[in-house]
Design a protein around this ligand. Structure first.
Ligand code: PMP
Length: 358
């Protein structure tokens, strides 16, 4: 038995593993594997359609949005967004809250001007900068709703002041209710809360599409308009990864959607943070009001205990507890599919470890 706290690719529902396995052997009694069906077939078109509709429904998105399933990960979105929307003489405003935001900023600078709204680099990205204002004349604002590596999560959104609002929601999409219609472009690598690695989810509002930089040649694979015109089938889509998304979305809907999953996610995070706050051997590092519900990070002041703690976790079948290689320490990712019982097992282990080593 493993307790999977991986940060992504990460745990998916058991039923998804079972259904996906069955579909590899024989998709819906068609005598064909999901891996061998053509993408331009009614079978796959049905899968893509249902996945788009379910995402739209779960997020409460209006018909003003196009849903796309693309290649290249969230990392490709870092450049695709400015390629499409940031003219050489235009300015986009970015919030720098860690590794992924920094990478997005680097890509945008190749296309136009970046105005930095704020950065939390001064304190190791342990908080979300606030109190900034959006200057006039900004084309779009880019934020990262949840910082997977640093363990911070944003709970309020900038006043737009006429700019479009773009969000990297890779690590907290579908984990909580929010007004998704407030955003003009939402993107997420699928490999945490949506499905399997290999596909990127994008919801893009028609308004921002009409604001595509007019005088720039955009290569087809990076042009949102071409993907929209071709219904996410400009080339062969990652068929199996999209199918896994569909299964996960169905699972979430059957559970009761975001309204049902949000309190469970909050309960999991509270249990872990309460434990960290109670046991002096562990030190959570993120500002209280910015603590992520998805990725919980902490350190141990007594470094000599680190290896022993990791060994204890390993022995108990806990996977993915080590912090990202760039920041060290520890991290537990508590995505939608992780059961409360796994967090309970981790906190029991921590309490026991603290008793023996406190
Ligand atoms: N943004 C965030 C918030 C992420 O967590 C990640 C990956 N974990 C990325 C972007 C990069 O995603 P990908 O590997 O799909 O390009």
């Amino acid at each position: 038995m493993k307790y999977n706290f991986n940060s992504g690719p990460s745990i998916l529902p058991q039923t998804v593993y079972e259904q996906a396995s069955q579909a590899i052997l024989d998709y819906n009694n068609t005598g064909l594997s999901i891996l061998e069906i053509g993408h331009r077939t009614p079978i796959f078109e049905g899968i893509l359609d249902e996945a788009s509709q379910l995402a739209r429904e779960l997020m409460g998105l209006s018909n003003d949005y196009e849903i796309l399933f693309l290649h290249g990960g969230a990392t490709t979105q870092f450049l695709q967004i400015p390629y499409n929307f940031l003219g050489a003489s235009e300015t986009a405003a970015y919030l720098d809250c860690g590794t992924w935001g920094t990478k997005a900023i680097k890509e945008a600078k190749a296309f136009g001007t970046v105005h930095l709204l704020g950065t939390s680099k001064d304190k190791n990205y342990s908080y979300i900068p606030k109190g900034y204002t959006i200057p006039d004349g900004i084309k779009y604002i880019h934020i990262t709703s949840n910082n997977t590596i640093e363990g911070t999560q944003q709970n309020s959104w900038p006043e737009k002041n006429g700019a479009y609002l773009v969000a990297d929601m890779s690590s907290d999409i579908l984990s909580r209710q929010m007004d998704f219609n407030n955003f003009d472009l939402i993107y997420a690598g699928a490999q945490k809360n949506i499905g399997a690695a290999g596909v990127t989810f994008v919801a893009v509002k028609k308004d921002i599409i009409s604001a595509t930089v007019p005088d720039r040649h955009i290569p087809s694979m990076l042009d949102y308009r071409k993907h929209i015109d071709n219904g996410s089938m400009l080339n062969t889509p990652p068929v199996f990864a999209v199918y896994v998304c569909l299964l996960t979305l169905r699972w979430l809907k059957a559970l009761g959607g975001l309204q049902a999953i949000e309190p469970v996610n909050n309960q999991k995070a509270k249990l872990l943070y309460d434990t960290l706050d109670t046991l002096p051997v562990f030190t959570p590092t993120v500002a209280l009001e910015d603590r992520s519900v998805m990725n919980v990070v902490w350190i141990m002041e007594n470094k000599t205990l680190e290896d022993a703690f990791l060994a204890t976790c390993k022995e108990a079948g806990m996977v993915g507890i080590k912090g990202h290689r760039s920041v060290g320490g520890f991290r537990a990712s508590l995505y939608n599919a992780l059961p409360l019982s796994s967090v309970q097992a981790l906190t029991d282990l921590m309490t026991d470890f603290a008793k023996k080593n406190g």
